[in-house]
Write a protein that binds this ligand. Structure first.
Ligand SMILES: Cc1cc2nc3c(=O)[nH]c(=O)nc-3n(C[C@H](O)[C@H](O)[C@H](O)COP(=O)(O)OP(=O)(O)OC[C@H]3O[C@@H](n4cnc5c(N)ncnc54)[C@H](O)[C@@H]3O)c2cc1C
Length: 546
């Protein structure tokens, strides 16, 4: 077997490091050398992580903490994946996640690397979490303060007050069972599924989130306000399991935060931790194939032909893409092409990032602008795969909390519309301009009158970019749809069902999409990968007994 360049963790020179330092003003955190973490020994087993999304970076930090030599290979020119950072004309655009919940999942990673999250990152709690604007102009301030929420519910529908209390209690129940008890379990065997079944039964997880919400709340506006959260992780509230009501409880318990300087600071922070642990991130390094030798992952081959040997391979790339395109079909008995193609994939997104040379101080940090249709629009997106003329938007205005995201006196925004994945057949090259204009028209009519005269930056991302740039199957923004029969044991396992020594983390594996979900997937990975020392002992024993 030919062996090309083997990346050496700790090697701070050469193309790779230069490549990921390229984007302006990215790396201003304290030097990695301040880390108290132990560096792996040069003969430690080597873990290759494909992809530097939050799931990949969190896994890399966890593996390094267990003594593995870690190399992260990233296709793009900078880390973060969906949390990539774009810069234009002084505006800083977080490409993806902006709502940060469950800070302790980050704190754990910092602690594993011998550091403290608060030394590197300032998390600012937001109140309200977000404002929901209904199509008739009525607004609902969604917050973590139970009394303010009760008042909002009463204002819209006094007769729903008691139902709201029941809804919160049921969401708490789902949080305890779905997040605390099952979230970071790897669901490696049927036994794991059997063990989890009573909890799934207790949560009556076969009901949709909307069915559960509607059992407690009568008013259509409240039903929308309490069910739309599953869209944040790519799930249609009308088909996603009601277990996802846990998002409501999670937000109440941990709050919604903003990472000062942008979500990109969390990405930089994780890379800095990894460097401090002796790990390596190589950008502009697309993996074309996972090498399998007698059923065991033995390394990867990059697009440029370079071969990198590994003792284990962890894929943070989309699982459907990983199996379909990176692992040869002859090595896959479980995740065959047919099974991958028969999966149901989440929606995609159209995102318009723009800046204005004027500020709109009435617009809060996070805002949902709901269109005229809810259930039928979601059917168009998720089942009929049809690009509709109407849409709902999530509007992000980070400058509401953080002036560093734009030049002085400017605002930074993104407007995101859920749209069908590429099965819609939409030619985004010809549709993007008119779709962007339709979004601009809605914003102009509602919360940003006259803003088009003040645009100072503009970038767009379409479903085609999710496919071509991030290598997401069908251009889905959140991987496999989080249906009950595509969750937990039914989702691609964190330990590959097909190839020994191959592992999966990130949105389309267990537990699922969203920053907390992918950080939990790295915890699940932790439970199925031994420490470097244990791995070496196990392999030495195997070697002797041969
Ligand atoms: C616009 C948007 C807004 C969102 N908002 C929120 C939010 O507010 N809060 C929240 O919690 N979640 C949010 N999410 C969801 C959340 O961002 C994602 O679920 C999560 O970031 C995905 O992380 P991941 O670990 O799966 O990896 P990804 O971010 O998907 O990264 C995977 C990486 O793998 C790389 N890669 C793929 N194939 C290869 C290959 N062959 N070789 C090398 N590298 C490869 C890709 O380039 C990419 O960098 C949002 C998502 C989007 C798209």
């Amino acid at each position: 077997m030919g062996l090309g360049h083997v990346a050496q963790p700790g090697d701070q020179t050469g193309k790779s490091m230069n490549a990921f330092r390229t984007p302006e003003d990215l790396w201003d955190l304290p030097p990695a050398s301040r880390s108290q973490a132990t560096r792996p020994s040069p003969d430690a087993p080597h873990a290759v992580v494909i992809g530097s999304g939050f799931g990949g970076l969190a896994s890399a930090v966890r593996l390094a903490a267990k003594g593995w030599r870690v190399t992260v290979l990233e296709k793009l020119d900078a880390p973060g994946g969906r949390a990539y950072v774009h810069h234009q004309n002084g505006h800083v655009f977080d490409a993806g996640p902006t709502i940060i919940t469950v800070p302790f999942l980050f704190e754990e990673l910092w602690a594993l690397a011998g550091r403290k999250l608060s030394d590197d990152i300032e998390l600012r709690a937001l109140d309200p979490f977000y404002r929901i604007r209904f199509d008739d102009g009525d607004e609902f301030n969604y917050s973590g303060d139970p009394d303010k929420m009760r008042a909002e519910v009463r204002r819209i529908s006094p007769s729903d007050s008691a139902g709201y209390e029941r809804f919160m209690a049921e969401a708490d129940h789902c949080y305890r069972l779905g997040f605390e008890a099952l979230g970071d379990k790897a669901f490696d065997t049927v036994g794991d599924l059997i063990k989890a079944s009573p909890a799934i039964f207790k949560m009556r997880g076969w009901r949709s989130l909307h069915t559960m919400v509607a059992a407690h709340l009568k008013h259509p506006k409240l039903r929308m306000a309490m069910s739309l959260q599953s869209l944040l992780i790519g799930g249609n509230p009308f088909s996603v399991t009601c277990i996802y009501s846990l998002i409501n409880a999670l937000e109440r318990k941990y709050g919604v935060h903003w990472a000062v300087g942008g979500t990109g600071k969390l990405v930089q922070g994780l890379v800095s931790l990894l460097e401090g642990q002796g790990g390596v991130l190589r950008c502009n390094a697309e993996v074309k194939r996972i090498e399998v030798d007698q059923g065991v992952a033995s390394g990867v081959t990059l697009a440029n032909g370079e071969r990198i040997e590994a003792d284990i391979v962890v894929s943070n790339a989309d699982t459907a893409w990983t199996y379909r395109n990176l692992v040869e079909a002859k090595h896959r008995r479980h995740w065959t092409d047919r099974k991958v193609e028969n999966g149901r994939y989440s929606m995609s997104l159209f995102v318009w990032y723009f800046g204005t040379s004027k500020q709109y101080n009435d617009v809060p940090h996070h805002m949902m602008l709901l269109g005229p249709r809810y259930k039928e629009l979601l059917k168009d997106i998720f089942s009929r795969h049809k690009l509709a003329d109407d849409f709902s938007l999530y509007l992000h205005r980070p400058t509401a909390s953080d002036a560093s995201m734009a030049p002085a006196g400017h605002d930074t925004f993104y407007a995101l519309a859920p749209v069908p994945h590429l099965d819609s057949g939409t030619d985004w090259a010809t549709t993007a301009a008119s779709f962007r204009q339709a979004i601009a028209d809605v914003l102009d009519r509602t919360v940003l009158p006259g803003f088009e005269q003040h645009i100072s930056a503009s970038l767009i991302t379409t479903p085609q970019d999710f496919h071509d740039r991030l290598l997401s199957f069908k251009g889905a923004a959140f991987g496999l749809e989080p249906l009950l029969l595509q969750s937990a044991w039914f989702r691609p396992h964190n330990r590959s069902e097909d190839v020994d020594g191959l592992f999966m983390v990130g949105a389309s594996t267990h537990p699922g999409a969203g920053v907390p979900g992918v950080l939990m997937s790295a915890k699940a990975l932790d439970s199925v990968v031994p420490s470097a020392t244990t791995w070496q002992e196990q392999h030495a024993r195997k070697h002797v007994s041969r």
